[in-house]
Design a protein around this ligand. Structure first.
Ligand code: UGA
Length: 447
């Protein structure tokens, strides 16, 4: 293996592309494969296939310098030309909450077939989120069967979960809190560690070496913990709403000052969405159930989260009496700011319930309008500006806390809406200031 290893990445979603661009931007030679022709064409033109701050410049720079190239399929070529192969394909949810391993299995088959023709030692690294046991009992036998080779002897197999957040995905890749490397044998684990030591030098984050299944569980446990923290503070928000004068934001601020608790992920609001927390909590529950253990705490985390969209629609109903024929402005559609991703976005159940109740919905989002149009088609109206969204509205629900929404004043809502009624679903407005000038309610705010 040469001093600077060559890398291939299979699957260029957020995780795969950030890994590929991160490595390429630091001079590694990277090949990124995906079956999606359009995605690869964009990558080869230096254009990210999704909105993600900070990645555009580094991607086009890497493509121009020739350190990154995209291939449609051609996993065999990617494996043959490189020393390490990251697998970062999707693991979507099945209807019972378990994960669908179709793409993982096909990546393993392709890697195995390529390894059959390769004489050099190669390391496959699973980065996709997979339930404990998958790398050992699904990926490993497939690669061995397809390649006719032996794990640990002819090739290495590691599990290296990713902890990046959408919206700051590229920065998170370059500045990791920790690196987790699960391996089947220590040789492969050590080589992956060496790769990261070189990549992050001189500021190498703590590296945890462990077994494949512990690495897999660390990813789920981390996401489940963060999701539980959110459902915990939303539970406190529900309690605050019953207590006159109570405010969850102040409770969270004070709690967060306790170093044992920490201030992050204590923002009460409409709960968690996105492609990870909902799917991962469900998958951990399903995996746990399959092992014969019912994880009651995780069930509660999920249940608290599920009820939040219903709660906000009820708040809206309380303000307006009936929702039938009322015009509701939705500010924010993406599952969180700085992304155009609407997977499991809270806006979806909220809008669906408003429509079911006969309301008319006008929505605005700085970047997710195209994504929203594919979901809601012509069942709602789309505004091109905040003012356009508020025009003639009977009530406004703030769903996603984009920075530009934070700057809005009570006078702005008063001037633009038919009836100035605002529900702050993300606690971005000062209740003192807003309550004075309009009908204002917010998550976790006692009346
Ligand atoms: C999450 C984790 O934060 C990452 O560490 C992990 O790598 C990633 O999942 C993954 O598994 O790939 P992400 O889904 O991009 O990252 O977004 P987060 O910033 O974690 O937010 C998730 C959801 O929680 C959003 O809907 C957000 O609005 C909500 N949230 C977050 C709250 O409601 N309150 C908070 O205090 C924080």
């Amino acid at each position: 293996m040469s001093k600077r290893p060559k890398i291939s990445v299979i699957g260029v979603g957020y995780v795969g592309l950030c890994t590929a661009v991160g490595l390429a931007s630091r001079g590694y030679s990277v090949v990124a494969c995906d079956i999606d022709v359009e995605k690869i064409n964009k990558i080869n033109r230096g254009i990210p296939p999704f909105f993600e701050p900070g990645i555009q410049e580094k991607l086009s720079e890497s493509v121009q310098k020739g350190t990154l190239k995209g291939l449609v399929g051609e996993t065999d070529r990617a494996v043959m030309e490189t020393d390490f192969t990251y697998v970062a394909v999707g693991t979507p949810s099945n209807s019972d909450g378990s994960i669908d391993l179709t793409y993982i299995k096909s990546a393993a088959v392709n890697i195995g077939k390529a390894l059959k023709q390769k004489t050099d030692y190669h390391i496959a690294i699973i980065k996709s989120t997979v339930v404990p046991g998958t790398t050992q009992s699904v990926v490993l036998p497939i690669i061995e069967r397809e390649s006719g080779k032996k794990c640990d002897v002819d090739f290495g197999l590691c599990m290296n979960p990713e902890f990046l957040r959408q919206g700051s995905a590229f920065q998170d890749t370059l500045n990791a809190d920790r690196i987790v490397i699960g391996s089947h044998d220590t040789q492969a684990g050590r080589r992956v560690e060496a790769l990261y030591c070189e990549f992050y030098s001189p500021q190498v984050p703590p590296i945890i070496q462990t077994t494949l299944s512990t690495a897999e569980l660390i990813k789920y446990a981390s996401n489940a913990m963060l999701a539980t923290k959110i459902s915990f503070i939303n539970t406190i928000a529900n309690i605050c709403e019953k207590i006159p004068g109570a405010d969850v934001q102040v409770v969270a601020e004070a709690m967060g000052l306790d170093k044992r608790i920490g201030s992050q992920f204590l923002d009460a609001g409409l709960g968690y969405g996105g492609s990870c927390f909902p799917k991962d909590v469900k998958a951990l529950i399903a995996c746990s159930e399959a092992f014969g253990y019912t994880p009651e705490l995780l069930d509660a985390t999920e249940n608290v989260n599920k009820k939040l969209p219903i709660k906000v629609v009820n708040l809206c109903r309380q303000q307006l009496g009936t929702l039938k024929g009322k015009q509701i402005a939705i500010l924010g559609l993406a599952f969180k700011p700085n992304t155009d991703d609407m997977r499991e976005a809270r806006a979806i159940p909220i809008i669906n319930q408003l429509l079911e109740a006969g309301a008319c919905v006008v929505a605005y989002d700085p970047v997710a309008l195209l994504t929203a149009k594919a979901i809601f088609k012509d069942s709602i109206c789309y505004a091109n500006s905040i003012a356009g969204c508020l025009k003639d509205a009977d009530c406004c629900i703030l769903v996603t806390e984009w920075p530009e929404f934070k700057k809005l004043t009570p006078d702005f809502f008063n001037a633009n809406m038919k009836q100035p009624i605002l529900i702050d679903g993300r606690r971005i407005y000062d209740p003192q200031k807003f309550r004075k000038k309009l009908k204002f309610s917010a998550i976790g705010l006692g009346q």
